[in-house]
Write a protein that binds this ligand. Structure first.
Ligand SMILES: [Fe+2]
Length: 266
């Protein structure tokens, strides 16, 4: 089974990138299921119900989460509903709205999808959260008797070491462990010795001639003067698409191959 995981879809240009490229990538690589990082979809911060519907319409079967997942209140009901294919990080403290893992139903069987937040994520670093390693151990233990064909773990964070080490930590316990949040892809996609596909960071979808999706002049101005300013997303120019494709043996739940897919268009 071929699972495609698409990196952070950043704003309107991110959505246009996926709309434009997903049909041919899907066809060329015999993709069975598409999972995508949706925390930056609506103007870079969170996801609206309308954009959630738009992602579903363009062929995305399941949305993972990160530090902006709960920014828009209107999405919380869907985050709470086990049937709606969208999650927020699982290691938020108890009482936080939304679910951190759900099952994605496919014709070949169910896939457990989990999102975790790293312990260093930009301005959210001081925010209390549970240890991601202990959280994922608890989830995998609680779900061990539930029938599934694969487990996909998304790790959303800033520390390269955290996003690198989590792959080894979960090697043999998941089909894919995929890092994101940086918006810059790393060149280390591989199947680890225990059969888990891993990449430290998959990269983003959206503007490539920008600072990770935001207009350069806004970021450089802020950097030079120290003055606070609002992020303005880039609205034109070339587009980048970044995803990771994993070939999973559904009999064992292990990866048989992995490929980082990167396209630049426009
Ligand atoms: Fe993020």
């Amino acid at each position: 089974m071929n699972i495609l995981y698409i990196g952070d879809i950043m704003g309107e240009l991110g959505m246009q990138t996926v709309e434009k490229l997903l049909p041919e990538i899907r066809r060329d690589h015999n993709v069975d299921v598409v999972i995508a990082q949706a925390e930056n979809t609506t103007d870079g911060k969170g996801i609206s119900l309308a954009d959630f519907a738009r992602l579903r319409k363009m062929g995305i079967d399941f949305c993972t989460g990160g530090n902006w997942s709960l920014h828009k209140e209107e999405i919380i009901q869907a985050m709470n509903d086990p049937v709606q294919p969208i999650i927020r990080p699982a290691n938020y403290l108890e009482g936080t709205p939304g679910l951190g893992y759900k099952y994605l139903k496919t014709i070949k069987g169910d896939i457990l999808v989990v999102s975790l937040l790293g312990q260093v994520v930009g301005r959210d670093s001081a925010k209390p959260m549970n240890n991601p390693l202990i959280t994922i151990d608890d989830i995998l233990q609680s779900q061990k008797d539930v029938a599934k064909i694969a487990t996909v773990v998304n790790f959303h964070g800033d520390y390269s070491s955290e996003k690198f080490v989590i792959g080894r930590y979960l090697d043999g316990r998941a089909a894919l462990v995929v890092g994101d949040h940086w918006h810059v892809p790393t060149a280390d996609a591989m199947v680890l010795p225990g059969g888990t596909a891993h990449i430290t960071d998959v990269g983003m979808c959206g503007s490539i001639d920008s600072c990770l999706g935001v207009k350069f002049e806004v970021i450089i101005g802020r950097w030079k003067t120290g003055q606070a300013s609002r992020n303005q997303l880039e609205e034109a120019g070339r587009l980048q698409f970044n995803a990771i494709l994993v070939d999973v043996d559904v009999a064992t739940g292990k990866a048989q191959g992995v490929e980082h897919i990167r396209r630049i268009v426009g």
